[in-house]
Design a protein around this ligand. Structure first.
Ligand SMILES: Cc1cc2nc3c(=O)[nH]c(=O)nc-3n(C[C@H](O)[C@H](O)[C@H](O)COP(=O)(O)OP(=O)(O)OC[C@H]3O[C@@H](n4cnc5c(N)ncnc54)[C@H](O)[C@@H]3O)c2cc1C
Length: 488
C-alpha cells in the first residue's frame, strides 16, 4: 500500500468497482475490500438490472412511475429521474465495454424479464445469477487497470479528517495501517448482518454508515429496511444467510401459497403476487397470523421442467440440493431481511455532508427508493451514482495540490478479547423489534440494551479485530434504526 492515493474507495461491489473504472488512467485509486474482491451482495444478485433499453415498448415515465409507486412516493424525484434516464447508458456500457453477457433472444436482442412492481419487461439478466456475472466482469476490468490498486482483506475502520483530505485507518489482515487521500468514496454495501436471517453476504455489517455517522454525516431512513418475501425456508433452517428465491420467479408467474397450499394474495392486494415486495412480505406475515402457521410456498412447477431449468438454473440446483425439486413441487419460503433503502445522505453527485467524502451503492441514501425499493433498481443505482461520484471528484480534483502531513503511527491492535455472543444478541433484539411489522415494546427495551453494548464497546479497550469492528458497526446500526422507528 502506498502512503497516498488520489482516491480511496472502500468496497468492491458494483458501486465501488464501477466508480473506480470511471477514473482516468492518471489518477491513483485504492479499492479496499473486506474479504476477496468478489465477496459482496453484488455477487449474490440474481434477478437483474432494470433499465429502459427499448423506447418503443417502454418509456422513462413508466419506469419512473413504477419506482415511485413501489417507494410510496417518498422517493426523491430528481434522483429517480437521473437513475432512470442515465441508467440505460451505464447498462449499455456493461455489455458493450465490459462484456457482461446478458441473456438474449434468438434474434440477438436482449431478453428482458418482468419482476414485481414493474409494468414492462425491462429487467436485463444473466440467467438467475446476474450479480455474479457483473461482478466477475467488473473485477476483471479493474484488475487490468494499472492505476487501480486492490487491497483484499483490508477493512477501513476509521477516517480522520485532515487539511484537504483524510487519513484512512485500515485493518489489513491482523495489522493496522494508515494511508491518505484527498477523496474517499464509501461503497461498503448494506447492513444484513444486523438481522437474524438475511439474504446478504457476511460483509454487510454497515461499516461505512457507522464511519459516516461518527464523522457527523446525516444518516437518513435507516429504518427503511426491505424484507424480501421469498427467502428459501427449506433444508437447514438454522443458517443465518438465507438463499433468495428471486423476484423473477414471481415475475414469471409463480403462485404464493399459504400453509393449506391455497393462494391468498387476493385477500391483501389486487396486484396479487406481482405487488411490490413490502406489500407481499407484510401480507405473508398477516396471513401467518390469520392461519397461526408460518409455512408458505412459491409454486411455479406448472411452467415445466425445461423452462425452469433454463430460466432458473442456480435456483433449481440450490433448491434440489436441499431436497426440493421446483419443477415438481412448491418451494418453501418465508420473508427475511434483504436490503436497505436508507443510508448515508448524499446529493445527486453522491457527495455526503462532508467535503471530499462520497458514498454510493447500498450504503448511501440517494432517495431513489423512497420507502421501498423497486426490484432490480439497486444494481442500477450503484452504477449511476458510483459513476457520478467519480465524475464529480474528477471535476474537483485539479483544485489544489494535496500534501498530507506525515502519516500517524498505526493503531495498536492489542487489547481485551471481545465477549462472545454480542452480535447474536443484537440480531435477536432486531428480529423481535423490527422484523417486517415493528413491535414498539421490543423497540424500547432493545434500545436500552443496544446503548449499553455501544458504551461497552467504546470503553472496553478491546483488541482491534474484524469481529470488534463489525460488532461496533452492528450495534451502531441497531441504535440508529431503533431510534428512527421510535421517532416515527
Ligand atoms: C441475494 C441478493 C439478491 C439480489 N438481487 C438483486 C437484483 O437482482 N437486482 C438488483 O438490482 N439488486 C439485487 N440485490 C441488491 C444488490 O445486489 C445490492 O444492493 C448491491 O449489489 C449493493 O452493491 P454495493 O456495491 O453497494 O455493495 P456490495 O456489493 O455489498 O459491496 C460491498 C463492498 O464493500 C466492502 N466492504 C464492506 N465494509 C468494508 C470495510 N469496512 N472496509 C473495506 N471494504 C468494506 C465489501 O468487502 C464489498 O466489497 C440483491 C441482493 C442480494 C443479497
Amino acid at each position: 500500500m502506498l502512503k497516498q492515493y488520489d482516491v480511496i474507495i472502500a468496497g468492491s461491489g458494483v458501486a465501488g468497482l464501477y466508480c473506480a473504472l470511471n477514473f482516468p488512467a492518471d489518477k491513483t485509486v485504492l479499492v479496499l475490500c473486506k474479504e476477496n474482491m468478489e465477496e459482496s451482495n453484488t455477487d449474490l444478485a440474481q434477478g437483474g438490472v432494470a433499465a429502459v433499453l427499448d423506447l418503443q415498448e417502454d418509456s422513462y415515465d413508466l419506469h419512473i412511475e413504477d419506482t415511485m409507486i413501489a417507494g410510496h412516493r417518498e422517493n426523491d424525484p430528481v434522483s429517480v429521474d437521473l437513475l432512470v434516464k442515465e441508467g440505460p447508458c451505464d447498462v449499455r456500457r456493461l455489455y458493450q465495454e465490459f462484456g457482461v453477457d446478458f441473456d438474449k433472444r434468438p434474434d440477438g436482442s436482449l431478453n428482458a424479464t418482468l419482476e414485481g412492481g414493474h409494468c414492462r419487461r425491462r429487467i436485463v439478466h444473466h440467467k438467475d445469477s446476474t450479480g455474479h456475472e457483473i461482478s466477475q466482469k467488473l473485477c476483471a476490468a479493474v484488475r487490468q487497470r494499472s492505476n487501480i490498486e486492490i487491497a483484499e482483506y483490508s477493512i477501513l475502520y476509521h477516517l480522520d479528517r485532515i487539511d484537504g483530505g483524510f487519513f484512512a485507518h485500515i485493518l489489513q489482515k491482523d495489522q493496522a495501517v494508515v494511508t491518505a487521500a484527498p477523496y474517499v468514496v464509501l461503497a461498503t454495501g448494506g447492513i444484513g448482518q444486523v438481522y437474524r436471517y438475511t439474504t446478504n453476504s457476511p460483509i454487510a455489517t454497515g461499516d461505512g454508515i457507522r464511519l459516516a455517522w461518527e464523522m457527523g454525516c446525516r444518516i437518513s431512513h435507516l429504518d427503511y429496511v426491505q424484507f424480501h418475501p421469498s427467502s428459501f425456508a427449506g433444508g437447514d433452517t438454522t443458517t443465518r444467510q438465507r438463499f433468495l428465491i428471486s423476484e423473477a420467479v414471481r415475475g414469471e408467474g409463480a403462485y404464493l401459497l399459504n400453509c393449506h397450499k391455497e393462494r391468498f394474495m387476493h385477500l391483501y392486494d389486487q396486484r396479487l403476487e406481482l405487488a411490490p415486495r413490502d406489500v407481499v412480505a407484510k401480507s405473508i406475515i398477516l396471513e401467518s397470523r390469520r392461519q397461526a402457521d408460518e409455512h408458505f410456498y412459491l409454486d411455479i412447477a406448472y411452467k415445466g421442467e425445461e423452462f425452469l431449468k433454463k430460466r432458473f438454473p442456480m435456483i433449481y440446483e440450490k433448491c434440489l440440493a436441499s431436497g426440493v425439486d421446483m419443477t415438481k413441487e412448491p418451494i418453501p419460503i418465508f420473508p427475511c431481511h434483504h436490503y436497505l433503502m436508507g443510508g448515508i445522505r448524499v446529493n445527486t453527485n453522491a457527495k455526503t455532508d462532508i467535503d471530499r467524502l462520497y458514498a454510493a451503492g447500498e450504503c448511501a441514501c440517494t432517495g431513489v427508493h423512497g420507502r421501498n425499493r423497486l426490484a432490480s433498481n439497486s444494481l442500477l443505482e450503484g452504477l449511476v451514482f458510483g459513476r457520478r461520484a467519480a465524475q464529480d471528484i474528477c471535476r474537483k480534483m485539479h483544485q489544489g495540490q494535496f500534501t498530507p502531513p506525515p502519516l500517524p503511527q498505526p493503531d495498536n491492535t492489542h487489547g481485551a478479547p471481545l465477549p462472545k455472543g454480542m452480535d447474536t444478541a443484537i440480531n435477536d433484539i432486531m428480529q423481535r423489534a423490527s422484523f417486517v411489522l415493528p413491535d414498539m415494546g421490543a423497540v424500547r427495551e432493545g434500545l436500552k440494551t443496544i446503548d449499553r453494548y455501544m458504551a461497552r464497546l467504546k470503553m472496553g479497550q478491546f483488541a482491534l479485530t474484524r469481529e470488534y469492528i463489525e460488532t461496533l458497526s452492528l450495534a451502531t446500526m441497531a441504535h440508529i434504526i431503533l431510534k428512527e422507528i421510535q421517532a416515527r
